[in-house]
Design a protein around this ligand. Structure first.
Ligand code: A3P
Length: 294
């Protein structure tokens, strides 16, 4: 990790000093919301940038000139993070619709969401694949500690000793508020399995009207193979201060089940035990494997 950055706990959540500021974060819960506000909420490495892409394309009705028109260097400029330094201030005066992404837990988000002001799209991904993706991302991102080994990172992840804290808590808490807020819950795996259907469902949830042709364009430019070629989706313009660009690309593998190439049998058993214990009372049974979905 670059010395400018440091993992810090604030109000029950791990942030990164240098990227997040506690005062900014504390102001988020008091933000006034508009009905047209949309938040994409994820635990890190669950498909945030993918949903950012779908959202910005739905807004632009599938028109890729959205990037050149807005003169934006990356997806994060078009659909910014609400919790990074300066973002809250910009949110106050931004024109509608305000599209934002966040990794924040429920208790730090605008309380007005609870009055069904604004919409939330929650994307969940198999935590085993999240762990693997996050491990690789820790090599790419300078604001995160480079892991000494996969074993070490495995333990840190299960302890929630990472930016975003624990995966289990994040998903469980957000899901428990599904009836309090206007929320659309989807998994990364559902999106992989059928992007077409996922985009259509999302479009209905957002109350947007796109032609079949426009929807087809949204899907086309949101596939992994196409996003891999889009510099803005790959954060290629992000400064070398933030990313070790030589360590890999943001669009890394984009698959289901890469954990099988990383976990030992023993690690998988430990993970399963923790998962069962933590998710015992969770009302949804996830389908993580493509084969199970067919
Ligand atoms: P991998 O590292 O497993 O490839 P986030 O945006 O939340 O940081 O998540 C990043 C993960 O989402 C990366 O996973 C990335 O490749 C994957 N991803 C991004 N766009 C995708 C797409 N269109 N299809 C499939 N996976 C995608």
């Amino acid at each position: 990790m670059d010395h400018k950055y440091e993992l810090v706990a604030h109000r029950g959540f791990n942030f990164i000093r240098g990227i997040h500021d506690p005062d900014d974060v504390d102001g988020i819960s008091k933000l006034e919301m508009r009905d047209s506000d949309i938040f994409v909420v994820t635990y890190p490495k669950s498909g945030t940038v993918w949903m950012q892409q779908i959202l910005l394309l739905l807004e632009a009705k599938g028109d890729m000139t959205v990037y050149s028109v807005a003169k934006m260097p990356c997806n994060g400029d078009l659909v910014p993070w609400i919790e990074v330094i300066g973002s809250r201030e910009a949110f106050l005066t931004a024109p509608s619709p305000r599209l934002r992404v966040t990794h924040l837990p429920y208790h730090l988000m605008p309380a007005a969401l609870g009055q069904k002001k604004g919409k939330v799209i929650y994307v969940a991904r198999n935590p085993k694949d999240v762990l693997v993706s996050y491990y690789h991302f820790h090599h790419l991102a300078k604001m995160l500690d480079t892991p000494t080994s996969f074993e070490d990172f495995f333990e840190k992840f299960l302890r929630g000793d990472v930016f975003g804290s624990g995966w289990f808590q994040h998903v469980k808490t957000w899901y428990s508020h599904r009836d309090d807020i206007d929320m659309f819950f989807i998994t990364y795996e559902e999106m992989i399995h059928n992007l077409n259907v996922s985009v259509k469902k999302l479009c209905t949830f957002l109350g947007k009207e796109l032609t079949e042709e426009q929807l087809a364009d949204v899907v086309k430019y949101s596939t992994f193979s196409n996003m891999k070629k889009i510099p803005q989706a790959n954060y290629e313009h992000v400064s070398d201060d933030l990313f070790n660009h030589h360590m890999g690309r943001f669009m890394r593998k984009g698959t289901i089940g890469d954990w099988k190439n990383h976990f030992t049998v023993a690690q998988n058993e430990i993970f399963d035990q923790v998962f069962q214990r933590e998710m015992e009372d969770f009302p949804v049974s996830f389908t993580w494997d493509m084969t199970d979905m067919a």
